[in-house]
Design a protein around this ligand. Structure first.
Ligand code: SAH
Ligand code: SF4
Ligand code: F3S
Length: 477
């Protein structure tokens, strides 16, 4: 039985407090050096990839602020540049390499500038190798496992002026007590676990992010409590598979229980979570979602393929039928749940008739939104070794059919909102002067409307008057 304050029998390593304290001393050293400069030095953090990386960047900014930097939003004039990279697809990597290459010009003008590459790409041996050889202007490369040691690395560069590569692979550990500089005052990310044990055959994440490890419930709940007290309205719990939460903790708190405990925290906020692996999304999770008033009626449940043979090759460990059963169980409890998903087209060996099972699945389920990807081979994953006979053109044609079908479904789903009144959180300004504000429905659908900027951060009732494939349009009631 879990009791606050009792030690956990956790199976995964936690970085000792003593080591975190040392990093704070390194922060103080760098700060002292920075304070001797004629002006406050600037740091820019550029983030690629998923919310986990966004959350990591908030820690990197937190450490930079502690080291005496001011955070800026562009490369211009930056004394330190940190590129937090994503390795999920080839395209993402190419973009990063292009952008790293372009940084050479700024560095020529300002040779004391420090360029750092971190994140998932940095944990791939061939990437670190390529940077070492071909991108001499990069000073520091460190993977997600070494993130908490960033102050130590930066200090080493200041003192020795050599290049630093810290990309040793590991199963990973948990580092608590790092400073954080959050990007907004309305929405916040809270990591509840790191890593992934699922090894889907196409995916690089388990290879670069290590094994599943959960943060302590007490620490997570304290963080949520503080966010609620600070007025945050929208809190997203993060993990590659949140449904595995707690398995390594040696206590009886699983993800639905953690959600229930978070739901009991006083305050006017909504809880979301990302991502759920369908094989571990249980009826108990759906029951808890239905029962907890702070848990938003939305779930991202990636299905990846509608064909059971392809799912098996992907090592997803559920069938098409099992996926559909989960959706039915979910909708039986929360009829209006907003359901979004990820799908891969052109997995090695997928035939066009098998792809058509994906098409029929989306027609059957009718997702509110779908994130569609063309398969991209990742070095070191089993799928990258599988025969992949389908031409690029045929994959692209299948992809286009899928996108077209989903666009029609998204539009129809949005049309059903017209005439309804939605209780929305105003979360910022948009680009269209006629509909200057953006808001989110409880299910996280985007609504554009016209109103005073003072509404940002508040809840409003919006009558939905129009829509597009991507968004709803509304007016204040
Ligand atoms: N942990 C999350 C997903 C993280 S990656 C989950 O399991 O749901 C986000 C999405 O990228 C995946 O759901 C998948 O659809 C896509 N993806 C992952 N690896 C890919 C690859 N090699 N090629 C194309 N898409 C990929
Ligand atoms: Fe990748 Fe699968 Fe893990 Fe998601 S569950 S991160 S797709 S291996
Ligand atoms: Fe990309 Fe790493 Fe996230 S590979 S999707 S940034 S976990």
């Amino acid at each position: 039985m879990y009791m606050e304050g009792l030690p956990l029998e956790r199976k995964t390593p936690v970085i000792p407090e003593e080591d975190i304290r040392k990093q704070k001393e390194f922060c103080a050293d760098v700060r002292a050096m920075n304070e001797r400069l004629p002006r406050v030095p600037l740091a820019w953090v550029d983030t690629y990839g998923c919310q986990q990386n966004e959350a990591d960047s908030e820690l990197i900014r937190g450490m930079l602020v502690e080291m005496g930097y001011e955070i800026t939003d562009s490369e211009k004039g930056a004394d330190v540049i940190v590129i937090n990279t994503c390795a999920i697809r080839e395209h993402a990597e190419q973009r990063v390499f292009g952008n790293i290459g372009a940084l050479v010009h700024g560095k020529r003008k300002n040779p004391s500038q420090i360029i750092c590459i971190c994140g998932c790409m940095a944990q791939e041996p061939h990437v670190a190798q390529r940077i070492r050889q071909s991108y001499q202007h990069v000073d520091l490369v460190f993977g997600p496992h070494a993130l908490w040691r960033f102050p130590e690395f930066l200090r080493r560069i200041y003192l020795r002026r050599g290049r630093v590569f810290e990309t040793e692979n590991s199963d990973g550990a948990i580092a608590e007590g790092l400073p954080v500089r959050r990007s907004g005052a309305i929405k916040a990310w809270v990591s509840i676990m790191y890593g992934c044990n699922n090894f889907c055959s196409y995916c690089i994440v388990p290879h670069v992010r290590g094994r599943e490890r959960s943060r302590e419930p007490e620490i997570i709940l304290r963080e949520i409590r503080e966010l609620a007290e600070q007025g945050y309205k929208d809190i997203t719990l993060l993990g590659q598979n949140v449904n595995s939460y707690g398995k390594d903790l040696g206590c009886d708190i699983d993800f639905p229980t953690l959600l229930e405990m978070a739901n009991d925290i006083p305050g006017d906020f909504l809880l979301r979570f990302m991502t759920s692996h369908p094989k571990d999304a249980t009826e108990r999770l759906f029951d808890v979602m239905a029962k907890c008033e702070k848990v938003a009626p939305v779930i991202h449940l990636p299905f990846q393929s509608g064909n059971t043979r392809v799912l098996r090759e992907m090592n997803r460990r559920y069938t098409r039928e099992q996926y559909l059963e989960k959706v039915a169980a979910l909708r039986a409890r929360i009829p209006n749940v907003v359901l979004t998903s990820d799908v891969i087209v052109g997995f090695p060996g997928e035939t066009t008739p098998e792809f058509e099972d994906t098409l029929s699945l989306i027609e059957q389920v009718r997702f509110d939104a779908l994130f569609t990807f063309i398969y991209s081979p990742r070095k070191g994953t089993p799928a990258a070794e599988m025969p992949d006979p389908m031409s690029k053109e045929e994959k692209a044609a299948n992809f286009n059919r899928l996108v077209e079908a989903q666009n029609r479904i998204s539009l129809e789903k949005h049309q059903a909102y017209i005439g309804t009144v939605q209780h929305c959180l105003v979360d910022g300004e948009g680009d269209d002067p006629r509909n200057n504000l953006n808001a989110r429905t409880p299910g996280n659908r985007l609504v554009h409307f016209n109103g005073d900027a003072s509404l940002i951060g508040r809840y409003v009732d919006l009558k939905i008057t129009d829509c597009s494939t991507w968004a709803l349009f509304g007016e204040l009631v």
